[in-house]
Design a protein around this ligand. Structure first.
Ligand code: SAM
Length: 214
């Protein structure tokens, strides 16, 4: 896997584009500038890696648009050593961004093929993470609680298990809506019974499929 000057230059441009679109978290911008997004594409589609668009990764799924990754990560307010659960590993790119920011990442993917290929790539890149294949709407009780949870597929409702597995004071970023458009929400857990729900911008994700999904 080669990260050429051309790739590095394309990443710099992408970071500038994200700044113009309102991303201002220095840690997020540094991670996007560092992780070679083209490694998460097959060679044939290398040219698409630094365009600010989602792209197919097989199994009817997508690697999220860089702006969406940057937006969700910024809203997550990542701190070094945060224990973060990601629902929807997909290509592994979002996980790599969180790991670069110093997070301890747990990630769940429901498609076996995507789970396996993301793990092969993240291992090749020497990233440390914990991953499994399964229904992420149920969370990962044996590793809970989490400081932060990021859901990278569109949910019909807020999955109760994910709220339960969030630490008090923890943040979950999750798109909720119908199968076409979802509103991003920031969920801040106030106590074991209470959370604050802040509505953010609108996005369009592939569906979250599972017990508390579609
Ligand atoms: N974060 C990914 C990346 O960086 O490439 C992009 C994720 S893609 C937009 C959404 C992913 O969520 C898909 O790979 C899909 O299979 C997965 N997914 C959907 N429902 C899920 C569930 N219940 N549990 C785990 N993964 C799920």
């Amino acid at each position: 896997m080669i990260d050429s000057y051309k790739d590095k230059g394309a990443r710099k441009k992408l970071v500038e584009e994200l700044k113009l679109k309102g991303i201002n978290d220095a840690g997020v911008l540094a991670a996007i500038g560092k992780v070679p997004r083209h490694f998460f594409f097959s060679k044939t589609f290398h040219a698409h890696a630094y365009i600010d668009k989602a792209f197919p990764i097989g199994e009817g799924q997508t690697i999220s648009q860089p702006y969406t990754v940057a937006y969700q990560t910024q809203m997550l307010q990542v701190e070094k050593n945060d224990k973060i659960l990601e629902i929807g590993t997909g290509s592994g790119y979002q996980a790599a961004i969180l790991i670069e920011m110093g997070a301890n990442v747990f990630t769940i993917e429901r498609h076996e093929k995507l789970h396996k290929s993301a793990c092969v790539l993240l291992d090749k890149l020497n990233y440390k993470y914990t991953a499994k294949c399964g229904d992420g709407t149920k969370g990962w009780a044996s590793n809970a609680p989490f400081d932060k949870i990021i859901v990278t597929a569109g949910a019909p409702v807020l999955p109760q298990d994910l709220i339960d597995q969030l630490k008090i004071g923890g943040i979950m970023i999750i798109p909720v809506g119908n199968e076409k458009t979802q509103q991003m929400f920031s969920i801040i857990k106030k106590s074991n019974k209470d959370f604050e729900k802040i509505a953010l911008d609108s996005f369009s994700f592939v569906p979250l499929v599972g017990e508390s999904g579609w």
